[in-house]
Design a protein around this ligand. Sequence first.
Ligand code: GLP
Length: 261
Amino acid sequence: MEVVICESPERIGALAADAITALVAATPTAVLGLATGSSPMSTYAELARRCSSGELSLAGVTAFLLDEYVGLPPGHPQSYRRVIDRELVAHVDLDPARVHAPDGDASDLPAAAAAYERAIAAAGGVDLQLLGVGADGHIGFNEPGSSLASRTRIKSLTDRTRADNARFFGGDPQAVPRHCLTQGIGTIMAARHIVLLAMGPGKAPAVRQLVEGSVTAMCPASTLQLHPHVSVLIDESAAAHLQLASYYRQTYAAKPAWQGL
Ligand code: GLP
């Protein structure tokens, strides 16, 4: 893992956008894994800026979302497909037809999950996966206790995640769907490069556990320690519990590995 401690969310967004820009320069038809939530917003803002200035084109890129709620009516503003359209697709030259999300409205959810796995495989797998992390260490919607080998499937959300996400549903945890379709931990681990973004003091315990704790299903993000190429881009407050923070600063701050370290 390379752990890059940044001075601001904007710096995190710039570094993540650098990784995507380098990937797309080398492979214009690259496959991106996209995350929703607040953590990738500075990355999406920077991608939008680069696309509108002509520095970057995502026209040849295919994208797969990590997860989707089950049971929201089609077009619900908080469905992750709608969120990514609003936050990213509308501001860049990604072809909406090449942006995929699990079908949380399918009548046969296991079949939809299997179809999603097949679609990712048919696209050649994910080159770069953007990830946030839940305060409890979840990635995608793989809650604590998830199988570390899991693939896309139905999951039930914990009360904590529903409370955390209530802010998007008028503050009411009961309005947050109980179930979702999410890429599994095994699915996420198959991406060739994983870029995890975390900011704010609320993420400090999860960041400590995922970077320096034991690999355990109780912190699904800790599985990333077994991946050969993970970049953890965090701000100072999310880094606050890390024992080796000064080592990470010396090693990674100036020159992240994807820039040739
Ligand atoms: C949700 C999403 C995750 C996301 C997490 C953290 O539960 N399913 O993909 O990483 O929240 O969100 P945020 O970035 O808003 O803190």
